[in-house]
Design a protein around this ligand. Structure first.
Ligand code: CA
Length: 424
């Protein structure tokens, strides 16, 4: 497939949605009479993989375990890229406008295609471990300037390794889940006793996440040239962050409670194969050259536009506040996988890695309010006259993304969350 692909599906209107035949993202859904199962988004419909299998339409795939009959992606993630590719090719063939097999059988179509409006989307996988990186040089530099001053902005390790930390998988939530403002401990004014209360500097982080499989055995590093075989697909991520809690707690071991109360992901997992036509090097040149185990021959990034929109209790129509791009990163996800496992650390099917905030060079591309408002000193002016330094109760944040093909787009749906008042 290329950006010029003219392939189309018989599902009406799909080419003008986030989910044309070039995309085919996986999700987990349930509908009346159908327990949780895998589905693929096509236009405004969901293709039910369990129902397809019941009709014998997946019987020629080279896998006796039939992981597409499960209620989560984990079993499919465990299989690896050969089966991922074969399944994707079969689904694309079944949905192709030129193929009469499903197109001309209305009973089959009725059995396997459901309107997305009639299903509930669930977490696509049981996420065992979640690791968050810090891979945008623009973001790391901006935050460094604010927290440590311009001279110490980028730590000495940053250009030599993809900095990351082990995050919290239990609080990774699906788009649409409300986010409770966390309580926490923050630095006292004038160095007195620390304060305790609702976070006052609640923020977003615009990130991309990669769902992994099949993983590696403990003690067996994954070389960077093989790391692409671990990337199943991409989701949008909002790594909600309590900046006041973070500032007080982050030294010496990094973020802890500032990040563990919620991380929102989008429900549809876009296969890396769908993004392949958009692979690119990005504008960030590696300098200095990384150590050999992090040296990657092929382009490390993808041209995927990423947006943040904000709605408020008084402004229900969301407005765009950020426009960034995955290609602004310095480190790519294959380098992250190689670095993560160089010690022999084992990754497992269903693990999630996220990139860290994706900020570009321009202010309009900064992926957090911390940077957009420069720690609250330059408030955002909203069209209805409101201003924002950080998030207020009732605010809704929506992340969207797209890779632009010729007359179609690979969309991601959205990662959405609304802020609820603190319980304190
Ligand atoms: Ca983050």
């Amino acid at each position: 497939m290329s950006r010029q692909s003219t392939r189309d599906t018989f599902v009406p209107g799909a080419r003008d949605t986030d989910f044309p035949i070039q995309n085919l993202p996986y999700g987990v859904f349930h509908a009346p009479g159908r327990p949780a199962r895998l589905g693929v988004a096509i236009g405004d419909q969901v293709l039910d993989l369990f129902a397809l299998d019941e009709l014998g339409l997946l019987k020629d795939l080279p896998c006796g375990d039939r992981p597409w009959r499960e209620g989560s992606l984990n079993a499919l993630l465990a299989q690896g890229p050969a089966l991922w590719s074969a399944l994707r090719a079969r689904l694309a063939a079944l949905l192709d406008a030129e193929n009469p097999e499903l197109r001309d059988n209305s009973a089959w179509r009725q059995a396997v295609l459901l309107p997305q409006s009639q299903v509930a989307l669930l977490m696509p996988a049981a996420i065992g471990d979640y690791t968050d990186f810090y891979a945008s040089r623009h973001h790391a530099t901006n935050v460094g300037i604010m927290f440590r001053g311009r001279d110490n902005a980028l730590m000495p390790n940053w250009l030599h390794l993809p900095v990351g930390y082990h995050g919290r998988a239990s609080s990774v939530v699906l788009s649409g889940t409300s986010v409770r403002r966390p309580m926490g401990q923050t630095e006292a004014p004038e160095g007195g006793f620390p304060l305790f209360g609702p976070s006052r500097l609640l923020d977003i982080e615009l990130e991309a996440g990669f769902l992994l499989g099949p993983g590696n055995a403990l003690g067996q590093p994954i070389p960077v040239r093989e790391a692409g075989g671990q990337l199943f697909g991409m989701v949008l991520v909002n790594d909600w962050s309590a900046r006041d809690v973070q500032k007080w707690e982050y030294q010496p071991l990094g973020p802890f409670l500032a990040k563990n109360f919620a991380t929102t992901i989008s429900p549809w997992v876009v296969p890396m194969e769908a993004l392949e036509p958009f692979r690119c090097a990005g504008p960030e040149q590696e300098d200095p050259q990384p150590l050999p185990y992090l040296r990657q021959e092929n382009p490390r990034l993808w041209d995927v536009e990423l947006y943040v929109l904000l709605a408020t209790a008084r402004m229900p129509e969301p407005v765009r506040i950020v426009g960034s791009n995955l290609r602004h990163l310095y480190w790519g996800p294959e380098q992250m996988v190689a670095h993560h496992t160089v010690t022999g650390c084992n990754l497992r099917p269903g693990d999630l890695i996220a990139t860290g905030t994706i900020s570009g060079p321009e202010k309009s591309s900064f992926g957090s309010l911390l940077e957009l408002t420069w720690r609250g000193t330059e408030p955002l002016q909203l069209p209805n006259g409101e201003t924002r330094r950080f998030l207020e109760d009732g605010d809704t944040v929506i992340i969207r993304g797209q890779a632009r093909g010729d007359g179609w787009r690979i969309g991601f749906g959205e990662a959405r969350g609304t802020i609820l008042p603190a319980l304190g």
